[in-house]
Design a protein around this ligand. Structure first.
Ligand SMILES: *Cc1c(COP(=O)(O)O)cnc(C)c1O
Length: 230
C-alpha cells in the first residue's frame, strides 16, 4: 500500500468513528483532500487510493495542478479568492468555500453569467472573530446571504465554511463549530429562495473529529492525508 493510501485509510476510519460517536451516517461526510504544496505524484497516489475531491487555496497553484492532474477530480477552492483570479477558477471548481465579501459575489455572478453557468459557493464565516482570518462575522451572515440571493442569481449559496483557531486541544474549538452548525440550521429553516444549506465545511487535520461530532459534512484535510507540508 502506498503511504498516502495508508494515511487515507486511517483518516477515513477516524471520520467514521467521529460520525458514529455523534450518531451520524459516516457516508454523508465528504473528504476534501487539501493538496496545496503537494506535488502531482503524491496527489496521484491519493487519487489511486480513492480520493475524489481535492482542495486548493491559491488560484495560480490550482490552475497549474488542474492541467497536470489527470482523472476525474472534483476540485474545491478553499482559499481567499482575489477578484482578478475568479475567471481562472470559476468553470473548473465544483464548490468555492470562501465567499467572504460582497465585491467577490458581484464578480462571481458577473463571470458566471458571462459563461452561462451557476457557481456553487459556501459563505466563509469568521466565527472566532480573529483579526487574521477572512470571513463574515456571525451577525453579518444572514443579511449577506439574503442580499446575494436577491442580487446575484448566478450564485447558488450551498452552505457555510469556517476555519477554527489553532488550539493545543481540539475540544477548545468545539464551541465555534457548534455555533456555525446552529447558524447553518437556522438559515436552512428560513427557506430563503435560491439558498440551500447543504454543506457545512469545517474541520482540518488538527480538529476534524470534533468538527464531525458537531455536524460538519465536508472536512478539508491536508497534513493527515499527505503528511507534513515542506
Ligand atoms: C491548508 C488548509 C486546510 C488543510 O489544513 P491541514 O491542517 O493540513 O489539514 C483546510 N482548509 C483551508 C482553508 C486551508 O487553507
Amino acid at each position: 500500500m502506498n503511504p498516502i493510501a495508508q494515511n487515507i485509510e486511517q483518516t477515513m476510519e477516524r471520520i467514521k468513528n467521529a460520525a458514529l460517536r455523534a450518531g451520524r451516517d459516516p457516508g454523508g461526510i465528504k473528504l476534501v483532500a487539501v493538496s496545496k504544496g503537494v506535488d502531482v505524484d503524491r496527489i496521484n497516489m491519493a487519487l489511486e487510493a480513492g480520493v475524489k475531491c481535492l482542495g486548493e487555496n491559491r488560484a495560480q497553484e490550482f490552475v497549474d495542478k488542474y492541467e497536470l492532474v489527470q482523472g476525474d477530480v472534483e476540485w474545491h477552492f478553499i482559499g481567499h479568492l482575489q477578484k482578478n483570479k475568479v475567471k481562472y477558477v470559476i468553470d473548473k471548481v465544483a464548490l468555492i468555500h470562501s465567499l467572504d465579501r460582497m465585491s467577490l459575489a458581484e464578480e462571481l455572478d458577473k463571470r458566471a453569467k458571462a459563461k452561462s453557468l451557476s457557481v456553487d459557493a459556501l459563505v466563509q464565516v469568521n466565527v472566532s472573530g480573529e483579526e487574521s482570518k477572512h470571513g463574515l462575522s456571525v451577525g453579518e451572515v444572514i443579511p449577506f446571504i439574503t442580499t446575494v440571493a436577491e442580487k446575484y442569481p448566478n450564485i447558488r449559496i450551498k452552505g457555510l465554511m469556517t476555519i477554527a483557531p489553532i488550539a493545543d486541544d481540539p475540544d477548545k474549538v468545539r464551541p465555534y463549530f457548534r455555533e456555525l452548525r446552529m447558524l447553518f440550521q437556522s438559515i436552512g429553516e428560513r427557506e430563503i429562495p435560491g439558498v440551500k444549506m447543504e454543506w457545512l465545511s469545517m474541520g482540518m487535520t488538527d480538529d476534524f473529529e470534533v468538527a464531525v461530532e458537531e455536524g460538519a459534512n465536508i472536512v478539508r484535510i491536508g497534513r493527515a492525508v499527505f503528511g507534513p507540508r515542506g
